[in-house]
Design a protein around this ligand. Structure first.
Ligand SMILES: *[C@@H]1O[C@H](CO)[C@@H](O)[C@H](O)[C@H]1NC(C)=O
Ligand SMILES: *[C@@H]1O[C@H](CO)[C@@H](O)[C@H](O)[C@H]1NC(C)=O
Ligand SMILES: *[C@@H]1O[C@H](CO)[C@@H](O)[C@H](O)[C@H]1NC(C)=O
Ligand SMILES: *[C@@H]1O[C@H](CO)[C@@H](O)[C@H](O)[C@H]1NC(C)=O
Ligand SMILES: *[C@@H]1O[C@H](CO)[C@@H](O)[C@H](O)[C@H]1NC(C)=O
Ligand SMILES: *[C@@H]1O[C@H](CO)[C@@H](O)[C@H](O)[C@H]1NC(C)=O
Ligand SMILES: *[C@@H]1O[C@H](CO)[C@@H](O)[C@H](O)[C@H]1NC(C)=O
Length: 372
């Protein structure tokens, strides 16, 4: 809880007036009314200044209309959580093979003017195979409290990102060395130290044969302080690129507010969140991956009830109902309320695994009144 202690000493006055912090609060919309999360996933979760959202999928004749419809759903969730489309910090979008560039253009056209989250667009099937060819899962920030900096979009050659609430959400597309170099520059632009502040990365590689090289490059470039890493295969937008990285770094939330990263096993803690690398399932209901996720969280004093967001990469989307039944058992029944989630079809570097579960958990909210 380094960040909060610093806040108290440097900005106690503003903290006293800040809205109370929230660990995990379910968001509902008119079309996902209270109680839906008892049977399904949560459509949105408010946690420590962010709204994590379940993936939205709509069908329409054009990518433009599909993007508009999905962003309309995303606007509803963001608003219900106290945020807005203007405050999106990150979106992951899947597109049909050969269409990532068109789908990116459609999302950029459908977003509000002058608003661009970190936007990763990869060519993958969604949870119903090719039936819903485009889905979008996003994170929005809540308005800054106290002495926090406002949301800020940043761009350097080869990397873009959005800094808000002490996290920098990043997208890159290129080769691995170029992308990591650009990412380090972007993190420093946001006031961070560089790649040492990376907490979490998902690497989408065009060729799964590059998996080992990408893992090694990230490990070596980050000099013994690597982020947690989830690696899957995907089609990429640009024929010359080999890897798309979707990462989160810890950067100053405001003057003197910079959370230190702690690394334990497959987890990186930023003070408010625990990012866990993709856990592999052999069972198609992913209950073995949930058990190893629970074990990872236990190392940092959390459990599966603290999970706020999961992204599932299924080897074969025809098994999605098995995944849903395992999720229902573990999250709806045993550790409610369930996280926000999305499912995509992607092969990983474990050829025998059926699902890779990449999740984020939240530490308990800080009771500001008690601390002061
Ligand atoms: C497709 O988009 C148009 C225009 O936004 C809308 O009127 C129509 O209802 C949408 N169709 C479907 C099937 O969602
Ligand atoms: C999608 O929207 C963009 C921006 O408004 C426009 O330039 C493009 O022509 C549209 N594409 C289609 C297929 O409607
Ligand atoms: C990576 O991309 C950069 C910029 O396009 C290029 O200069 C460099 O040679 C590439 N490196 C590899 C290993 O392909
Ligand atoms: C799991 O986490 C929840 C929410 O933080 C907490 O209320 C509960 O006591 C924890 N359960 C165990 C067994 O530690
Ligand atoms: C998924 O499984 C189905 C049924 O076994 C099979 O027809 C299909 O080719 C598989 N898809 C992939 C991407 O492996
Ligand atoms: C998940 O699958 C495993 C292996 O197939 C099975 O033993 C277990 O009972 C299943 N659990 C649930 C909750 O479906
Ligand atoms: C994958 O499964 C096959 C057949 O069950 C087995 O022979 C092989 O050792 C497994 N590979 C790994 C990496 O576990």
């Amino acid at each position: 809880m380094n960040y909060v202690l610093l806040c108290v000493s440097l900005a106690a006055h503003s903290i006293l007036h800040a809205a109370s912090d929230v660990q995990k609060q379910v968001v509902n919309t008119a079309w996902w009314p209270p109680g839906t999360e008892k049977k399904e996933e949560s459509v949105g979760i408010i946690s420590h200044g962010f709204v994590f959202m379940t993936g939205m999928m709509e069908l329409n004749a054009t990518f433009n209309a599909t993007a508009q419809a999905e962003l309309s759903d995303i606007r509803d969730i963001a608003k219900a959580g106290g945020s807005s489309l203007e405050n999106l910090v990150d979106c992951l979008v899947n597109a049909p093979s050969g269409s990532a560039a068109k789908v990116r253009a459609a999302f950029l056209a459908a977003l509000p003017d002058n608003v661009q989250p970190a936007l990763t667009v990869v060519e993958l099937n969604g949870e119903y195979g090719s039936y819903f060819p485009v889905s979008a899962t996003c994170v929005a920030s809540l308005p800054p409290t106290g002495a926090e900096y406002p949301r800020k979009e940043l761009h350097v050659q080869g990397a873009r990102g959005v800094a808000a609430g002490g996290l920098l959400h990043i997208e890159t597309l290129g080769n691995i060395s170029e992308s990591l170099g650009a990412m380090g520059t972007l993190i420093r632009t946001a006031g961070g130290r560089g790649l040492a502040d990376l907490a979490d990365c998902t690497a989408f590689v065009r060729d799964i044969e590059d998996a080992r090289m990408v893992r090694q490059a990230i490990h070596e470039t980050c000099e013994g302080a690597p982020p947690v890493l989830t690696l899957v295969r995907a089609g990429l937008e640009d024929a010359h690129s080999t890897v798309a990285l979707r990462c989160v770094a810890s950067v100053p939330a405001g003057p003197g507010m910079h959370e230190k990263l702690e690394r334990r096993y497959d987890t990186v803690e930023t003070g408010r969140f625990a990012f866990v690398s993709g856990q592999y399932a052999r069972a198609s209901n992913a209950t073995d991956a949930f058990a190893s996720l629970g074990a990872q969280l236990a190392h940092v004093g959390l459990n599966l009830s603290d999970v706020v967001n999961c992204l599932f990469f299924m080897k074969n989307a025809s098994k999605v109902d098995d995944l849903f039944s395992g999720f229902y058992e573990v999250f709806n029944k045993e550790h409610p309320p369930p996280p926000a989630r999305n499912e995509l079809e992607a092969a990983s570097d474990c050829s025998n695994c059926t699902v890779v579960a990449k999740c984020i958990a939240a530490f308990p909210a800080v009771k500001v009144g008690v601390m002061i």
